[in-house]
Design a protein around this ligand. Structure first.
Ligand code: SF4
Length: 311
């Protein structure tokens, strides 16, 4: 059976081969709810319908927020969290739509599948293919293509920019577009907007600001300091960087074949406690009944291709 490699899958194996195995091969997902994933889905859905010309600003907001409708709060605290995130994501969507530059889009949510070739011989892998979903592709008046990525950012924009040089996702998309289109590529336009931690005003512990007043305050906060919260940056990849990407992509396939041959899936213990801890720690620690109680089995391996991937 041919296996699909995406940026997320390759990156997860770099983090930890066992984590990637549990996620993509066994399709285990933590039962614990992820706000980051839900907000990312709402944001991407809104921008997708807007970019496709299927909805105006209000319609895009409605489409984005509708992705959160399945959430059923079971306490006042959960209801507050839901209302808070709905207000925040609505403001993010409206600010982005009003300020992201309009471009001539020739593709939106473009999903691709490409062979993976040995860069030395040109031979195609029989076991692996490369896949992904690009937020949008624009063509300018000179016939140059631009890859567009829409991101919500939890850190400040300056910190986020520090990731551009070594981000493999941009190299992968650059390579993919160079294979799909016979046109020059200008670069990747990373459209980003910073999330906020601001909450409604309180007095004596009680909330004293309506949700509409809160949204208006957030809106004014973004508008007053737009450069701090919103950016469109151009990221370039050189032919040498794309060549290196191709070589490493082929190496990725060879390492996976070796892993399958030996039957040994390595544990990267240096990753277990990063970013709040790996969700599979209970499994690796051998906690009794962890598999049955803490995880469910997803129907598909690649959430990043079937869902609107998180920011
Ligand atoms: S807990 Fe550690 S070893 Fe286990 S999957 Fe996560 S990162 Fe890998």
């Amino acid at each position: 059976m041919v296996e699909v490699l995406t940026h997320s899958r390759i990156a997860m194996r770099q983090t930890c081969p066992t984590k990637e195995w549990l996620w993509y091969v066994e399709r285990l997902r933590p039962r614990e709810f992820s706000w980051a994933l839900s907000i990312g889905t709402a944001w991407h859905t809104a921008l997708e319908v807007w970019q496709k010309g299927e909805a105006d600003e209000d319609g895009a907001v409605a489409a984005g927020l509708a992705t959160l409708d399945w959430i059923r709060p079971e306490s006042e605290e959960e209801q507050y969290k839901l209302d808070l995130e709905r207000a925040r994501v609505e403001v993010l969507i409206r600010v982005a739509i009003r300020h992201f530059q309009q471009r001539n889009l020739i593709a939106v949510e473009h999903q691709f599948e490409l062979p993976i070739c040995n860069p030395k011989t040109g031979r195609k892998s029989r076991k692996f293919i490369l896949s992904g979903k690009i937020d949008a592709i624009a063509e300018d008046e000179n016939g140059v293509l631009w890859i567009i990525e829409n991101k919500t950012v939890g850190t400040g924009l300056e910190t986020f920019r520090e990731t551009f040089g070594l981000n493999n996702q941009y190299s992968l998309y650059y390579y993919a577009v160079s294979q799909l289109y016979d046109k020059p590529i200008g670069g990747v336009i990373v459209r980003s907007i910073a999330k906020t931690r601001t909450e409604p005003k309180r007095k004596g512990g009680e909330i004293v600001e309506s949700w509409n007043a809160y949204k208006q305050r957030l809106w004014e906060m973004y508008e007053a300091d737009l450069d701090r919260y919103l950016a469109e940056d151009i990221v370039i990849r050189t032919p040498e960087q794309i060549k290196q990407f191709q070589e490493e992509l082929w190496m990725e396939t060879q390492e996976r074949l070796w892993q399958a041959k030996t039957g040994v899936v390595r544990h990267n213990l240096a990753s277990c406690n990063l970013y709040g801890g790996c969700p599979f720690k209970p499994l690796c620690l051998g906690v009794t009944d962890a598999r049955e109680t803490l995880y469910y089995t997803a129907s598909q391996s690649h959430d990043e291709l079937t869902l609107n991937e998180t920011a």
